[in-house]
Ligand binder design. Structure first.
Ligand SMILES: Nc1nc2c(ncn2[C@@H]2O[C@H](COP(=O)(O)OP(=O)(O)O)[C@@H](O)[C@H]2O)c(=O)[nH]1
Ligand SMILES: [Mg+2]
Length: 380
């Protein structure tokens, strides 16, 4: 190993000089300062000594990059690319320092409280208590408010608190209503979302209602050939309902099967749950569904007990792979703070469809409407 030493008064110039002589890829080992001798009263000028090692060609031509490091780099690149193509609200959520201002506000959102008075103030407090984000709470409540002239603060101008919440919800949220009202002809609905949120269970709640209450012709296709027992669980439900059930893991086969089921009213597709951080696997699901992408309604299933920014992250990752038809909320019975029900749709402008209220199939399911959402946010 050959070490070269450079001396001079400007460190940057020394580095440039070393690069000129030895090439761009030098390794800087160390530098030190040396004081020049004093002359009479004058202090010596500061001088640098730089130790440099040239990097030999072989070392350069064979970079030792571990596979994991390479994978990490590729994932970083994809992440950056995806992030830049996302709507503003979703960019940078993974990094807590980049959270949008409303998330960074103290948990109680105290700085919006002094914009409200009277019943409106009480209502905002209730919403924040349910983990509604301050920004979202403000939007919803002001919709049912007028400015109080004396205090110059917002106060309710609706008859009841609930009326105000409903008014705000109607203004800022979209509701798909029941799937079966949508239109004539075959409808294909795919349930996508993270593992364990209740995709399979709730798909069969929908199937039961369509078959038993609405007398519709329904078939179920499971692409979840991954989770142990998943296909068995789904097959059992399908047998109980006496409807056709297929387990498929290939795009072409999916398309062929759908072609044979053209005279049905509904095909419900159950997908494998994937971590939203798992780009490759999400890509796999997309690949399976791709032959029918135009036709499929992708329903994103989200559990109400998710944290707000985790849920937001789920949405934006899935959004980069699938056009999302609606948000299907589950497990409202497992949280006392269901702010997510409004935070996500208000922030993302995605429509909402259903709400799962427990484990029982088919009973524990509600079609979402403004009144239902409001009833979970305020006590009376
Ligand atoms: N408490 C509660 N449990 C639910 C609800 N929806 C589904 N589950 C349960 O969540 C677990 C996972 O459901 P599953 O449908 O297999 O999830 P998947 O992995 O997304 O298909 C099961 O034990 C379900 O009974 C709900 O609304 N409330
Ligand atoms: Mg499942």
């Amino acid at each position: 190993m050959e070490i070269k030493i450079y001396e001079g008064y400007d460190l940057e110039q020394l580095i440039d000089k070393a690069k000129d002589e030895l090439g761009e890829d030098i390794k800087i080992l160390h530098y030190e300062t040396i004081e020049e001798k004093k002359f009479l009263f004058f202090k010596g000028k500061k001088k640098y000594r730089l130790f440099v090692e040239p990097v030999d060609d072989q070392e350069l031509s064979e970079p030792v990059l571990k596979f994991e490091e390479l994978l990490e780099k590729v994932e970083d690149l994809i992440d950056k690319k995806i992030r830049n193509s996302l709507p503003k609200y979703a960019q940078g959520l993974a990094n807590p320092e980049n959270l949008p201002p409303h998330v960074q506000i103290g948990s109680k959102g105290s700085n919006i409280l002094n914009e409200f008075t009277g019943d409106a103030l009480h209502l905002v407090e209730q919403l924040l208590e349910k983990d509604v984000l301050p920004d979202v709470a403000k939007k919803i409540v002001t919709e049912g408010c007028g400015l109080d002239i004396d205090t110059n603060k917002w106060d309710l101008n609706t008859i009841t608190t609930k009326d105000a919440v409903i008014k705000g919800i109607k203004r800022y949220m979209k509701f798909t209503g029941s799937f079966e009202n949508d239109r004539e002809g075959l409808q294909i609905i795919a349930f996508i979302g993270p593992t364990g949120v209740g995709k399979t269970t709730n798909l069969f709640k929908i199937a039961s209602q369509l078959v038993i209450d609405k007398k519709k012709k329904v078939a179920v296709i499971s692409t979840d050939t991954f989770k142990v027992g998943a296909s068995h669980q789904a097959r059992t439900y399908a047998n109980i309902l006496n409807i056709p059930f297929y387990s498929i893991s290939e795009s072409k086969k999916l398309k062929n099967t759908v072609e044979q089921l053209r005279e049905f009213d509904f095909i419900l597709i159950d997908t494998v749950g994937r971590s939203h951080y798992d780009y490759w696997r999400l890509g796999e699901i997309k690949e399976i569904l791709s032959s029918l992408e135009e036709e499929i309604k992708h329903v994103l299933t989200i559990s109400c007990n998710f944290k707000n920014d985790d849920a937001m992250e789920v949405i934006y990752k899935y959004q980069t792979f699938f056009p999302i038809h609606s948000l299907f909320f589950t497990k409202i019975d497992e949280t006392l703070k269901p702010g997510l029900l409004v935070n996500l749709p208000v922030e993302t402008k995605l429509p909402v469809s259903y709400l799962s209220t427990g484990q029982r199939v088919p009973e524990d399911l509600k079609i979402l409407n403004p009144e239902t959402v409001a009833s979970y946010l305020i006590s009376s």
